[in-house]
Design a protein around this ligand. Structure first.
Ligand code: NDP
Length: 288
């Protein structure tokens, strides 16, 4: 973490993203402009890290010039054993997406749930008031469930291809009123009429024609419903939801807000959100 002394020193700081792959990540595209806008002499690097190199890469973050790192697929769980401390956010999420280097000590955090909560709250005026159906039970779905719990969502149905994974999620998050089901037509027909919010937290949606559920099932949702998709751009699911007059949210807001929290954890400074948003939108447009 940056201190007033280190901020003013001539030492150029480093921070980066650890994953395999990392080339596709949008994080460097908005974190570097944020550091520049805040006047922090630091470089955001892409650290492509195969599993065998992970211990060395993480150990390098103990160097005085390191602020920390983003952690992405497939290392969010593996890095946990390499931390000196896991913050509550990482413990609740069961995964670390952010490493903060503080005087050579490594602290594992998770900013995804802050990212989703903030993004949903600023977009859906009824956030927190309606029952929700969450598709998926991986790391991102955990973040969504934690965020919905914080927002006070009265009940959450988690629907996953492998129901046993949804059961693990429920066991790890006591106190959340969770129902569990598969992503099958009969279960969703039963759950969706009660739900005003549907969240896609599966990995399906990146390719055209790829949807996590049969889109005709959206007809079972009440008028005025809201559909969120963690994919960083419009998906067939979001397009179909808008055709029905529903409010929609893609995953870019979650990405930017989780990145803003990372920026603050690394630097101790408020994140320049407008700069981050503009850079993220430009980077997404450039990817097509
Ligand atoms: P995980 O690998 O942990 O989980 C993947 C989820 O998708 C599981 O629930 C899995 O089901 C489900 N899934 C995968 N393939 C299929 C399929 N063919 N049919 C049905 N279900 C399937 O990934 P994450 O949770 O980390 O990420 C999920 C998505 O969220 C990704 O698209 C990722 O890019 C996005 N994401 C976006 C963020 C943002 O800031 N916007 C932040 C983090 C993630 P099962 O358990 O049965 O295998």
């Amino acid at each position: 973490m940056l201190t007033s002394t280190t901020k003013d020193s001539n030492v150029r700081r480093i921070v980066g993203i650890i994953g395999d792959p990392v080339a596709h990540s949008l994080s460097p595209a908005f974190q570097q402009p944020a550091l520049d806008a805040a006047g922090i002499p630091a470089t955001f690097e892409k650290w492509h890290t195969p599993l065998a190199d992970l211990p060395t890469r993480v150990a390098a973050l103990r160097a005085p010039e390191a602020l920390g790192a983003c952690v992405t697929v497939p290392h969010k769980i593996n890095v946990m054993a390499m931390m000196d401390e896991i913050a509550d956010s990482g413990r609740l999420a069961g995964a670390v997406n952010t490493i903060v280097s503080r005087d050579g000590r490594l602290i594992g955090e998770n900013t995804d749930h802050h990212g989703f909560r903030t993004s949903l709250a600023e977009t859906d005026p009824l956030a927190g008031t309606r029952p929700a159906v969450v598709l998926g039970a991986g790391g991102a779905a955990r973040a969504v469930v934690l965020a919905l719990r914080d927002l006070g969502v009265p009940s959450i149905m988690v629907a996953n291809r492998r129901p046993e994974r949804a059961a693990d999620l429920a066991a790890d998050l006591p106190g959340v009123r969770l129902g569990l089901t598969g992503i099958d037509e009969a279960s969703l027909r039963a759950a969706l009429p009660e739900a005003g919010l549907l969240v896609n937290a599966t990995s399906l949606g990146w390719r055209p024609g790829e949807t996590p559920l049969d889109l005709s099932l959206l007809d079972f949702m009440p008028d005025g419903s809201f559909v969120a998709d963690l994919t960083y751009r419009d998906t067939d699911l979001l397009l179909a939801a808008r055709e029905r007059g529903f409010g929609t949210l893609d995953g870019l807001g979650m990405l930017v807000h989780q990145g803003a929290r990372q920026f603050t954890l690394w630097t101790g400074l408020e994140a320049p959100l407008e700069v981050m948003w503009a850079a993220a939108l430009a980077a997404r447009a450039a990817k097509g």
